[in-house]
Write a protein that binds this ligand. Sequence first.
Ligand SMILES: [Zn+2]
Ligand SMILES: [Zn+2]
Length: 351
Amino acid sequence: MKAAVIEQYQRDLVMHYDLATPECSPEGALIKVSACGVCRSDWHGWQGHWDWIGFKPQLPAVLGHEMVGEILEVGSQVRRFKRGDRIIAPFNLGCGHCEQCSGGHQNVCDNFSAIGFHMSGGFGEFVHVPRADINLVSLPESISDHSGAALGCRYMTSYHGVVHEGEARPGEWVVVYGSGGVGLAAVEIATQLGAQVIAVARSDRKLEQAKALGAAAVLRFHPKVGEEIIELTKGGAHLSLDCLGKKETCQQSILSLRTRGRHVQLGLTTAEEKGEIALPVDVMVAKELVLRGSLGMQPHRYPEMLAQVMLGRLNPSRMISQTIQAEEISRTLTAMTTYQTDGFVVVDWKK
Ligand SMILES: [Zn+2]
Ligand SMILES: [Zn+2]
């Protein structure tokens, strides 16, 4: 099969045209990838980051975790899916039998593994997904490959963070730090829920995009932007999301909140923080703030999000800025180093 392979961190990916197609396990499915998004998490994997949280890919690696495709083969034990089904494969894989999976939280499975990090992903033509019955989601006919890939990781991660972990409600002030894929998706999702969204980013270009997606206000990031938000909202935001995972955005997000406000951490940190950020603990105590993490989304929660896409209330494909071929992934990852990509870049395997 064809695949774009990381042979060395931070160096150009190497195209291979005759890699072995993955074997299908008895409970797994072999997917022919139709489209796959290029995510900032891929950039972190390519950089060799995230060893502090067990996400550093072992080389050689085929990344790609925002994947839509068609089932080519299922194992003998698979019951819910068959050859020819169109599917989304959420990157967060559950084992199906641990405490978290049993409780419906497969996205934070005690035996967690991720497509494109712990196994070969959608920057290759074919992907094996283990335990297909619990880890795949059917893609409705009316949702295109590109929309499905755009739902990939950033959009669904954002949906879970805003709706389930953040519990955004109509009329609330919701602040979104960062206007990359997760941030822009959060602006659209929270706006659609009836919240008043304030987008905070560093570039005017990204703030314009946030505005177009419905943000009620946009602010350029500065070291005291939290105070500005408390003033603007007359007391602070009800919910604030850090979609970047940088020290300053995480801290300002917490400092944007009103009493009993909720902070949701969606971005994993960069090589600068290595997972550690100093927090304004006294403010948290005095205001009874809630801090939550949010990772991916469980497959059983996809139908509620897909229904909104089918109704046209959510438009993930609106965030696609470019479709590319596998040969162009390297260039996209390089552009991400200096934040030169906008919205979602999607590899179209049918191109
Ligand atoms: Zn599990
Ligand atoms: Zn991702």
